[in-house]
Design a protein around this ligand. Structure first.
Ligand code: FE2
Length: 276
């Protein structure tokens, strides 16, 4: 890269089924990148051995550091799944299999930040000027995009309460594998492309303010995959998607249909099961 990146963030799911050889292969491939590297876990990394190997390779699942006037925070949104496996006597492979299913119902709303990490987040931000930029990396989106696929964290409202006083917050998330943009108050969320496996958009449409991405060529395995380049212009964090196999011609989609539909907010079973 020219200029070279200040650091590389890997946003989770370096493995598919959490196997030692998968995690080690990922770490080995990334050794070629000479920039500083930081990591947060994805569910595919975690639920075979509950993060043991991931921790050995990549360290603590949440962290913070300051760089060029920005406070960077890595959140762990995957390790706090409620234990559904012990009572069912599941093997680690069975547990991992349920976590690796996009629309599975067994694992339930597993994505969460947790009270302890919320307190840590609050403490970490308390020493930061409220007008200065904050970038939060999370595997899952910090808002409710599509809960049936765990495209959310179940305690996102509490996360938002902690972040509310800060005027310049950018959440960069993975997990959804697709171009997404959403704003809640002063927090904006940017969904990153994946290096493999383009997902379709969720069946209920994309959130307001999101521009749907049209896949130009579904037959091209690189269409819809890539990575992103974050840079700072003044106090604003900007993100440029760099798609692999990028075509010359782009199609712009029309506005999302949700713009013309009234939003109905209601509490759901998931909220009642896991109060935070
Ligand atoms: Fe994921």
């Amino acid at each position: 890269m020219s200029p070279p990146a200040d650091f590389l963030i890997f946003g989770g799911d370096i493995a598919q089924l959490g196997k030692i050889e998968e995690l080690e292969l990922g770490a080995e491939l990334l050794k070629e990148v000479k920039a500083r590297q930081v990591f947060i876990p994805g569910e595919h990394d975690w639920y075979l051995d509950m993060g043991k190997k991931w921790g050995q390779l990549f360290g603590e699942p949440h962290w913070t550091f300051d760089h060029k006037g920005v406070r960077f925070i890595g959140l762990d949104t995957v390790s706090r799944a409620p234990d559904y496996w012990t009572v069912k006597n599941m093997s680690p492979e069975e547990r991992m299999g349920h976590m690796a299913t996009l629309d599975g119902s067994v694992a339930g709303p597993w994505a969460g930040v947790g009270r302890d990490q919320l307190d840590w987040l609050s403490k970490t931000l308390s020493t930061w000027d409220k007008s200065r930029p904050v970038v939060i990396f999370s595997h899952n989106p910090l808002y409710e995009y599509y809960p049936p696929w765990n495209f959310w964290v179940r305690d996102w409202r509490e996360v938002n309460d902690v972040l509310k006083p800060y005027a310049n917050v950018t959440n960069i998330h993975g997990h959804v594998h697709q171009v997404l943009y959403n704003e809640i108050g002063t927090m904006r969320s940017i969904g990153m492309l994946a290096t493999s496996w383009p997902w379709p958009y969720a069946p209920e449409g994309v959130p307001k303010l999101t521009k749907p991405m049209i896949r130009v060529d579904p037959g091209d395995i690189y269409d819809g995959v890539g990575w992103g380049n974050l840079s700072m212009r003044g106090d604003r964090i900007e993100n440029e998607y760099i798609m692999w196999g990028r075509k010359e011609v782009f199609v712009q989609s029309g506005p999302d249909s949700s713009l013309s539909q009234p939003e109905i907010l209601r509490s759901r079973i998931a909220d009642k099961l896991y109060p935070y």
